[in-house]
Design a protein around this ligand. Structure first.
Ligand code: SF4
Length: 344
């Protein structure tokens, strides 16, 4: 059964390939998107992200379908740019819950088409039954084995001639996790364009509204989201250039400060020909307070980094921070043992 999606359908399910094709056909650059005409799409994207991360909910109300479709890739970009894996997970979960709510009241041909084209599952609608659909038993088992409630066990299902019978909400629940993974995977593989200042301002607004990060969430900050000073040191190391001692100290104390383990830190150091794991480990353990006086060194303040000519301030993202640790958002200081810190 071939079906043509309308723009309203694409706005409901913006993660579908068809919605991506619609956006591609608009052929908009990032510079186009920051023009006043698209401001509502950016506002909508911001609302999407904030609702998702703060309330685990994204409204399914659609006022202007074309803006709604555009707001989805913009939201993916903003969440990816924040760079915290935990928030990428939360965002993709909220999007999948939104899709689940919409699919539960969707027309059968649309459900059939989405299941077929996005997940390669034939959801055959049935009439005159307490059930709404049947799916192949193999497809059912592939997904239902991840659920632990007894009602998902095959023994508790109606099965006939190789098909499992389901109500609409059960069918939709079967693929919710796949929708989440699809959205999460898309964010992970997204290569971010150079962000114009207008979008950076939105990122800062979002970052300021996010719940405080625990030390575990801090650990999921990825190299693409380190502050410019730390990124600069990492770049120099990757290019095999000379890095001042203080630059290495900044990099290591920052990584330890966001909760990376000694092994993680050593893993982040590029393996240049003169890289010595033994020496690097010694230095990292020293900064982490595992050697000598067993005092962990603090991440230097932005003011100190400036005095060492290692600050490469981003005028929007670094605007209100006093420490590289605050880059991206105000973190919760990781819990420490009762040890005193000292300056290097
Ligand atoms: S302002 Fe602070 S965080 Fe930003 S680049 Fe300079 S030292 Fe690093």
């Amino acid at each position: 059964m071939e079906i043509e999606f309308g723009i309203e359908d694409l706005a409901k399910y913006p993660f579908l390939r068809e919605a991506g094709d619609y956006v591609k056909e608009l052929d908009l650059s990032i510079e186009d998107l920051i023009q006043e005409d698209y401001r509502p799409a950016i506002e909508k994207a911001k609302k999407r992200v904030l609702e998702a991360i703060q309330k685990n909910f994204i409204s399914s109300e659609i006022s202007e379908a074309d803006l709604e479709i555009l707001s989805f890739p913009l939201a993916l970009m903003l969440v990816k740019a924040i760079g915290i894996d935990y928030f990428m997970y939360r965002y993709s979960l909220a999007e999948s819950l939104r899709a689940e709510r919409l699919l539960e009241r969707e027309k059968e041909p649309i459900i059939f088409h989405i299941f077929k084209s996005a997940f390669n599952v034939e959801a055959i609608s049935i009439e005159h039954s307490v059930f709404d659909f049947k799916v192949n038993i193999v497809e059912y088992l592939k997904r239902a084995t991840n659920f632990h409630k007894p009602e998902w066990k095959l023994i508790n299902r109606v099965v006939e001639k190789g098909f499992v019978y389901l109500k609409t909400h059960e069918l939709v629940r079967l693929i919710r996790e796949e929708i989440r993974k699809m959205i999460y995977g898309r964010m992970k593989s997204l290569s971010l364009p150079k962000m114009p200042d207008k979008l950076k301002e939105v990122m800062v607004e979002i970052s300021n509204a996010l719940p405080p990060m625990s030390s575990k969430e801090l650990q999921s900050v990825t190299p693409g989201n380190f502050p410019p000073c730390v990124t600069h040191v990492l770049d120099l190391l990757q290019k095999g250039k000379n890095v001042p001692h203080y630059g290495r100290f900044l990099l290591t104390s920052y990584l330890i400060g966001i909760g990376k383990s000694v092994d993680d830190v050593i893993g982040i150091y590029p393996k240049s020909p003169d890289f010595s794991e033994r020496l690097t480990r010694y230095q990292v353990e020293h900064i982490a307070g595992m050697r000598g006086g067993r005092r962990r060194y603090k991440v230097p303040s932005c003011r100190t980094v400036i005095t060492h000519s290692l600050c490469f301030k981003d005028k929007v993202l670094c605007a209100k921070i006093k420490s590289p640790l605050q880059f991206g958002r105000e973190p919760i200081a990781p819990k420490r043992k009762a040890t005193r810190s000292r300056k290097p």
